[in-house]
Design a protein around this ligand. Structure first.
Ligand code: AMP
Ligand code: GLY
Length: 421
């Protein structure tokens, strides 16, 4: 079979390597891919958001199955375009991807179907939003841009000044473009965060092993929010009891709510949860695999990934027993110094073998290029170093031992991935 993976990050590298384990898979094309994926995949120079270009390529290359990994092509309707072209694929339709594409939509869905989440109000008028904040006078206040914003569209305002400024920058200055035309102001929740990715075909929903992302740039959860600086799986806070509550009160009700709205979700539905003193609540939904959650979840998946994805597409997920290993995994992200703000790229990377790997761990490339026989940095998050172990400590120890041997100018990584506070 010939597969196509759309996207270019560590998540896409993890998806491609896992898909490659199936002996039926002859070739995997990645569009646009990255330097590290070239070792096992064929890069195609098409932007992940170029829907027409992607479908034209898939037809010409006779792709048997396409996996759409990033949020923006999904929200723009790439899955629908593959469907029209008769190309089997993994990833929700535009109508279903709105669950991530619009926070106003997802909050309304949860309210309507009684799915636990933070209390909220939605605003399309800046003055009304500000008046609400002044009248409510409760801090911290959580202010979210409605649309996609590279994971940066959330402000936790500690006081009135910060809150008014956040609303102004989203709605007037348009720092997130049209994503800030509507804002959601919600209650501030507390408690540990858990990511649960799930496979669903709209009839069956199978949660994957839970995970924990470390979103802030610096140790002790200091610094700016990033795309994610490291992950562990399973998440120690996600007990069996909480998993049961989530399945009954959140996961299945969400799947059914989307069906009832005529927006059946087929693909990977991601639940960003907070375990509050009042029980688990939804912080956000994503319409795709998380990054870097995928880099710890897929290594523990025992069942063949392509088999699961084909079953989701054909709406017979109930026939596939999805199994995970009992062990743990950890992923440490090596980032360019300065990320998520300004950083320099083009530095040679030392400590990798000719395939961009390292013994004892799996290196998922994110921001790398392959140039004149060597790997060089090309993005903010550069590499994800994943290791597995019987225990979390063992996985972390292996991952950090390898991470420390990889070198490039101004490399930055957190030293406290997996530390539970
Ligand atoms: P999001 O982009 O929606 O995942 O939000 C980014 C981060 O902001 C989350 O990982 C949480 O740490 C935090 N956050 C979002 N919503 C809330 C909330 N209602 N209460 C407290 N923290 C929140
Ligand atoms: N790691 C968070 C996300 O993928 O949205």
């Amino acid at each position: 079979m010939k597969l196509l993976v759309v996207g270019s990050g560590g998540r896409e590298h993890a998806l491609a390597l896992k898909l490659k384990e199936n002996p039926k898979v002859e070739e995997i094309f990645v569009a646009p891919g990255n330097g590290g994926m070239e070792a096992t995949c064929i890069p195609v120079d098409i932007k992940a958001t170029d829907i027409q270009g992607m479908v034209d390529f898939a037809k010409k290359a006779k792709i048997d199955f396409a996996v759409i990994a990033p949020d923006d092509p999904l929200v723009m309707g790439m899955a629908d375009a593959f469907e029209e072209a008769g190309i089997p694929h993994f990833g929700p339709s535009k109508k279903a991807a709105i669950i991530e594409g619009s926070k106003a939509f997802s909050k309304e869905l949860m309210k309507k179907y009684n799915i636990p989440t933070a209390a909220y109000e939605t605003f399309t008028d800046e003055e009304a939003a500000k008046a609400y904040l002044l009248e409510r006078n409760q801090y911290p206040a959580v202010i979210k841009a409605d649309g996609l914003a590279l994971g940066k569209g959330v402000v936790i305002a500690q006081n009135e000044e910060e809150a008014l400024e956040a609303v102004h920058s989203m709605m007037s200055e348009k720092i997130f473009g049209d994503s800030g035309n509507t804002v959601v102001i919600e209650e501030f929740l507390t408690g540990p965060e858990v990511s649960v990715l799930s496979f669903t075909d709209g009839k069956t929903l199978v949660p994957m092993v839970s995970s924990k992302d470390h979103k802030r740039a610096l140790d002790n959860d200091q610094g700016l929010n990033t795309g994610g600086m490291g992950t562990i799986a399973p998440n120690p806070y996600y007990t069996e009891e909480i998993a049961k509550i989530c399945m009954e009160q959140i996961f299945l009700p969400t799947m059914r709510a989307m069906n009832a709205e005529g927006r059946t979700f087929k693909g990977c539905l991601y639940f960003g949860l907070m375990i509050t003193p009042g029980g688990p609540k939804v912080i956000e939904y994503n319409c795709r695999f998380g990054d870097p959650e995928t880099q710890v979840v897929l290594p523990l998946l025992k069942t063949d990934l392509l088999t699961i994805m084909e079953a989701v597409y054909e709406e017979r997920l109930s026939e596939v027993p999805v199994e995970f290993e009992d062990g743990c995994s950890a992923c440490v992200i090596l980032a360019s110094g300065g990320y998520p703000k300004k950083y320099t790229t083009g530095y040679p990377i030392g400590g990798l073998d000719p395939l961009g790997q390292k013994e004892g761990v799996t290196i998922y490339h994110a921001g790398t290029r392959y140039e004149d026989g060597k790997f060089v940095t090309s993005g903010g998050r550069v590499l994800g170093v994943t290791a597995k172990g019987k225990t979390l400590e063992e996985a972390l120890q292996k991952s950090y031992a390898a991470a420390k041997e990889i070198t490039f100018t101004d490399v930055h990584f957190r030293k406290d991935i997996g530390v539970i506070r």
